[in-house]
Design a protein around this ligand. Structure first.
Ligand SMILES: Nc1ncnc2c1ncn2[C@@H]1O[C@H](COP(=O)(O)OS(=O)(=O)O)[C@@H](OP(=O)(O)O)[C@H]1O
Ligand SMILES: Nc1ncnc2c1ncn2[C@@H]1O[C@H](COP(=O)(O)OP(=O)(O)O)[C@@H](O)[C@H]1O
Length: 198
């Protein structure tokens, strides 16, 4: 961007990581509404918190009601939603946090963009892979019923696409895997990153 010259602050990301005592990175949960993203992200954050890891979770409640309250569910607005969340995550990583983000994020290109924004080494993609039939059976928020009734026009999995990740870092099938097991699988996957400073 023109006429923007970054100021170089003297406390580095590496120094912040040393002070925090653990690595900083983003765990991104993608999947259909009702797949289990928030439930699993919450359980992973609890487990990390108990280990004195500094965390923050971003999800629809604290993002679509605030920072992104001007965005709809059109493809363009979903792209902008994910871009802003990736940029916020990037700042939080720089601040030394392990960031958990739970968003439908249905487009592969948008998810690839997150990886570019935060850096490939700072990104862990968790695909919460629950078939739409199961999500619809759970219908936690009653939104599938509304979508089937034609009250929501672009609802992911019903009348809007979900592009499943081809090579996620972690994949959780929530029909076969309990929340506790999902937490173990994810903790195991991130262990090395947690013990890397900077
Ligand atoms: N049209 C449509 N499609 C999908 N989801 C919808 C829609 N309208 C509202 N909701 C509710 O909003 C939550 C998804 O918001 P996200 O910010 O994660 O969506 S996206 O990543 O921008 O696609 C999603 O929450 P989760 O259930 O937590 O996934 C839904 O409850
Ligand atoms: N193995 C599982 N993992 C995650 N959630 C599960 C699992 N089995 C059942 N559930 C239930 O599925 C629902 C998932 O809802 P939620 O976490 O809000 O999904 P999302 O954030 O993807 O919309 C919750 O009611 C949760 O208790």
């Amino acid at each position: 961007m023109k006429n923007i010259v970054p100021h170089h602050f003297s406390v580095s990301r590496e120094q912040r990581a040393l002070q925090m005592g653990h690595g900083a990175f983003l765990i991104w949960f993608t999947g259909l509404s009702g797949s289990g993203k928030s439930t699993i992200a919450n359980a992973v954050e609890e487990a990390l918190f108990k280990k004195n890891i500094h965390t923050y979770t971003l999800d629809g409640d604290n993002v679509r009601k605030g920072l992104n309250n001007n965005l709809s569910f059109s493809p363009e607005d979903r792209t902008e939603n994910i871009r802003r969340i990736a940029e916020v995550s990037n700042l939080m990583i720089d601040a030394g946090l392990v960031v958990l983000a739970a968003f439908v994020s249905p487009y592969a290109e948008d998810r690839a963009n997150i990886k570019n924004i935060v850096g490939h080494d700072n990104f862990v993609e968790v695909f919460v892979n629950t078939p739409v039939e199961e999500c619809e059976r759970r219908d936690v928020k009653g939104l599938y019923a509304k979508a089937r009734a034609g009250e929501i026009t672009n609802f992911t999995g019903v009348n809007a696409p979900y592009e499943a990740p081809v090579a996620p870092d972690v994949q959780i099938n929530t029909i076969e895997t309990t929340v506790e097991n999902a937490v173990d699988i994810i903790l195991q996957h991130i262990d090395k990153k947690l013990h890397t400073n900077g």
